[in-house]
Design a protein around this ligand. Structure first.
Ligand code: SER
Length: 603
């Protein structure tokens, strides 16, 4: 069965079994505490705790998801980057998953997984794992899952601990719980974990590291709703179904692997195939290369592809552009392979190609010189590796790979320590420069001299968004922001309109705003590609030029799904409108040329 069929069969099976199919969310998550989307459950995270999945409108389907959902989710794990090159690790992968937020529990979750693999696809389960329990966090052995597996005729059931079969939380806090995992045998006779079924029974108010360390004051709290969150890598499922030895021999990778020069080692072919696909998907979701956060993740992928380009068809190291790999053909191949299910790849086809070339043109020579320098060095420790990064922009993994035995003792941990040391030095320099005086915030629009002022201007800033939305509701969509200036005393908002507001209109605007404040609606923050943000109706200024990925702040009613206000904006904002306090229009005046000015205050 080919991978396209497997994807489809999975979604059809779960749709037939009472799940709403939800499209993959972007690789750029809404949750600001995680860099990239790492699992299918991420877009549903609030449904396990505070949001009602039967009432909240899901933005990509325009209606509530209900209690059960399924998806095929684009996922990216930076934590696996050093593993890529073996038979089964990837950075980017597709995760098939079914989810329940207070709907079904263990019995049905396990039975569905069994039915899909064994009855629907005709595969064999090698063995399953269940949680052995851990007293000091108060979680007992998972006897129930064991019993359910037994009743389905599975006999090889292995008990494992926290490290293997306890999942989550992601980011700074979230749902988590014991898991049961399914292993199947691949073409090489190895048993591979393919499906992870998580029972989200708890909420942990901290990170996974804190949970493992048992940080005092943070405890697992039972979730009110029993949650199911499952994840199965499409690549691994395809390997099992096609009985190949590795994921790279499946139809998901073969066309790329087969087109690569024979001078590449197996591991280089796999890394290349992983990185080029990951690169294309990140670009399609609006990520652009930079030296920060996800932009830097992307840059690392590109630089490794560039380094491989140097060894290209020549089989030896060369900076001659004409003998490299035919990158454009590779990119187009990726787009052709995936655009049926992910049309965003076709939309981004030209950007994928041009972004690669832009980076290649800018950094090719430096990277080449750096690799030559690495060639001349005898032993590379963390300090030297960092110097290579700093002077030539070579990422750790490229140094490690191309430095071969010279880098035998170099570890990512030591490299990162060096990195952190350097950042501390430059931060200390910055703090001295400002000497603790002057403005703590000056965005051009907002000014604050200390923490206290910062809080007030933040409240006024959110009030300004509410003001614009309210003016548009009362006076019509012809109202557009023409300027805004916020100090600790007031917000001053200029907008296109040609007459004074009547007393009734002023009152209506104030009442709308104070109504939203009273409802304590959530200020939702998202980063998304500019075009997508504009299409979603977020307000933006025609005078500004925006980067490819923009920040969108929306005031959002969790109960009805209604958006009161949505704007492209750099922040900062309050998290809930209740923090704004009471809003009042203090003054209105004419600026001229069809523009009016309102001064507003909060108390
Ligand atoms: N969230 C779990 C995982 O990532 C199951 O989807 O494995």
């Amino acid at each position: 069965m080919n991978s396209k069929e497997l994807r489809r069969r999975f979604l059809d099976f779960f749709e037939r079994s009472g799940h709403t199919i939800v499209p993959s969310s972007s690789l750029v998550p809404d949750d600001p505490s995680v860099l990239l989307t790492t699992a299918g459950m991420q877009q549903f995270k609030p449904y396990y705790a505070e949001l009602d999945p039967e009432k909240t409108i899901h933005p990509s389907i325009g209606k509530p998801v209900g209690l059960n959902a399924a998806s095929c989710q684009k996922s990216f794990r930076t934590s696996d980057i050093d593993e890529v090159g073996d038979e089964r690790h990837l950075t980017f992968f597709e995760m098939l998953g079914n989810f329940s937020f207070g709907g079904y529990q263990k019995e049905k979750a396990i039975t569905l997984a069994y039915d899909f693999l064994v009855k629907e696809l005709g595969l064999k389960i090698a063995y399953v794992t269940v949680f052995e329990g851990k007293e000091n966090i108060g979680v007992a052995k998972d006897e129930e899952s064991k019993r359910i597996w037994q009743s389905l005729g599975v006999t090889d059931i292995r008990e494992q601990g926290m490290e293997d079969v306890f999942w989550g939380p992601t980011g700074n806090a979230g749902p988590c719980g014991p898991t049961t995992e399914i292993y199947c045998t691949n073409g090489a006779g190895q048993d591979i974990e393919i499906w992870n079924i998580v029972f989200n029974q708890y909420f942990y108010p901290g990170s996974r590291e804190e949970l493992d360390q048992g940080v005092s004051g943070k405890k697992l709290e039972p979730l009110k709703k029993f949650g199911v969150d499952t994840g199965m890598g499409l690549e691994r499922l395809t390997m099992i179904s096609q009985q190949t030895d590795t994921i790279f021999e499946t139809d998901l990778f073969e066309p790329i692997i087969n087109a690569l020069p024979t001078s590449f080692s197996d591991s280089q072919k796999r890394i290349f195939a992983d990185h080029i696909r990951a690169f294309a998907f990140l670009i399609a979701d609006g990520v652009r290369p930079s030296n920060k956060e996800r932009g830097y993740v992307l840059r690392r992928l590109i630089r490794r592809l560039m380094a491989y380009d140097f060894v290209g068809n020549a089989g030896s190291f060369s900076n001659d552009d004409t003998i490299g790999i035919l990158m454009d053909q590779m990119f187009r191949k990726i787009v052709d392979m995936y655009n049926d299910f992910y049309p965003e790849l076709r939309d981004a086809e030209e950007s994928i190609i041009s972004e690669y070339h832009r980076e290649n043109t800018k950094f090719r020579n430096a990277l080449y010189d750096g690799l030559k320098e690495l060639d001349r060095m005898s032993l590379v420790n963390a300090q030297e590796a960092f110097k290579l990064y700093e002077s030539f922009g070579i990422p750790y993994e490229v140094i490690k790979e191309f430095g071969k035995e010279k880098t035998a003792t170099l570890t990512r941990g030591d490299f990162e320590k060096e990195f952190a040391k350097h950042q501390e030095v430059s931060k200390a320099g910055r703090e001295r420069k400002f000497g603790g005086h002057g403005l703590v915030l000056d965005t051009g629009e907002l000014k604050a001299a200390n923490e206290e002022e910062l809080q007030i201007v933040t409240r006024l800033h959110t009030a300004t968004h509410l003001l614009q939305a309210a003016l548009r509701k009362v006076l019509g969509g012809g109202v557009h922001q023409a300027g805004s200036d916020i100090t600790v005393e007031r917000t001053r908002f200029d907008f296109t309109f040609d007459r004074k507001l009547s007393d009734g209109e002023v009152k209506q605007v104030e009442e709308l705003i104070n109504g939203v404040i009273k409802k304590d609606m959530r200020m939702e923050y998202k980063e998304r590609p500019f075009q997508e943000a504009v299409r979603s109706g977020a307000l933006y200024s025609l005078k500004e030029t925006y980067p490819p990925v923009v920040k969108v702040y929306s005031v959002f009613d969790e109960k009805t799904g209604e958006k009161f206000s949505s704007e492209l904006c750099g922040g900062p904002h309050v998290t809930h409108t209740g923090e704004v306090g009471e809003f009042r229009i203090a003054k209105q005046e004419a600026v001229g040329g069809g523009v009016r000015r309102i001064r507003g205050v909060v108390s």
